[in-house]
Design a protein around this ligand. Structure first.
Ligand SMILES: [Zn+2]
Length: 366
């Protein structure tokens, strides 16, 4: 275990707002980031994923609803880019990658769990490297799209990870990710979560935290899609109580897989009262209803301070272009810049101390 500070402000926090499985979630008083401290070391986290075989097996099931979720996010991606190479970080059982391949993308995966990585390689025939960090992956390869869903909270070092993602994107490449808004949720809504997923969820970000993360790692925000998941949480809770009641009458054990960033889904694996087909039908219908509650009802519901899932679209910041634009305006903040006119009439910045100091300020959102 190791004590950590806010990754943005470099400060510790005494404000413990979540306690789960012996771990404490602290909220940074300055920026609102919620982080586990003390947290497991990197080696302890690797062991956690390497031995999570039960979870890995369960993620390979539930194909119907995972395809529905995959199609939803692919529809959003295709508004920005129609084809090209796509890397997914943490693809689980690869349902998103499989759907993306059907839609014409050239797909790759990085997955820390060996059962899931094997499944993606051998059953789906998709290249997938088994690693927790993307650093060693396909050294020369760059991608048009890097995608991850419900993964950002698992990153041990989100800033380094986003910098690596940036370096793996092509010039006009985009980053697309989905996550919760843990740092923005008012505490009165915490009761709707049956668990926060500690210690796997090391960080819970607010929307401002996400913007700061993008800004610091060389991205420009393009768009954020926001969906309230409150109705989904409420419906899941009611359904869980009903299912638990039925199961208790039938002498079965209740299983719930519900985390703050996770796709809520109810486990019917032992709900076998009426035969397999009926069970499958109920499971698919309920999960489809929860999907509608999340993305359709959730899209029009009030969102401020409430639990949300957000889909963020960002691209590599075009720093040089912005600097030259700045220069042409004749502003005095670049008095010592040395420029030259390259081929194709593009102006390059050779050296400029003041620009280097204030480089961050140029990666602004359009
Ligand atoms: Zn902070």
């Amino acid at each position: 275990m190791e004590d950590i500070q806010c990754i943005f402000c470099g400060r510790g926090s005494d404000q413990v707002i979540i306690e789960e499985n012996g771990y404490r979630g602290r909220k940074c008083p300055r920026c609102g980031l919620i982080f586990i401290s003390p947290r497991p070391t990197f080696t302890e986290i690797l062991n956690l994923y390497a031995h999570n075989h039960v979870s890995a097996e369960s993620r390979i099931s539930g194909a119907f609803i995972k395809r529905i979720y995959a199609k939803h996010n692919l529809r959003i991606i295709k508004k920005f880019i129609k084809n090209g190479s796509m890397l997914e970080i943490g693809p689980g059982a690869g349902y998103f990658l499989r759907q993306a391949r059907k839609d014409g993308f050239e797909v790759y995966g990085i997955e820390p769990n060996n059962i899931q990585a094997n499944f993606i390689r051998s059953k789906l025939g998709i290249p997938c490297v088994e690693t927790f960090r993307m650093f060693p992956y396909l050294t020369e390869k760059k991608f048009d799209i890097v995608y991850h869903c419900e993964v950002i909270s698992h990153f041990y070092d989100p800033i380094s990870e986003f910098q690596r993602i940036n370096s793996k994107l092509k010039k006009n490449g985009i980053l697309v990710f989905e996550t919760g808004n843990g740092g923005d949720i008012k505490e009165r809504y915490y009761k709707f979560f049956t668990k926060f997923g500690y210690p796997e969820h090391l960080f819970l970000f607010s929307e401002d935290n996400l913007k700061e993360l993008l800004r610091r790692t060389g991205f420009e925000l393009i768009k954020i899609y926001r969906y309230s998941i409150l109705s989904q949480l409420v419906i899941s809770r009611i359904l869980k109580k009903v299912i638990d009641f039925i199961k208790s009458r039938a002498g079965m054990k209740s299983i719930d897989k519900h985390g703050i960033n996770g796709v809520p889904s109810l486990d019917f694996s032992n709900f076998n009262i009426c035969g397999f087909n009926f069970k499958q039908l109920i499971r698919n219908s309920v999960n489809y209803f929860l999907y509608l509650a999340r993305y359709k009802i959730g899209y029009i519901m009030p969102k401020k301070g409430r639990p949300q899932t957000v889909i963020v679209i960002a691209r590599k910041a075009k720093i040089i272009r912005r600097l030259t634009k700045h220069m042409h305006c004749g502003l005095t903040s670049l008095p010592f810049g040395i420029f030259f006119q390259g081929s194709l009439g593009v102006t390059h910045l050779l050296f400029c101390p003041s620009a280097l100091i204030s480089l961050d300020s140029f990666t602004v959102t359009e």
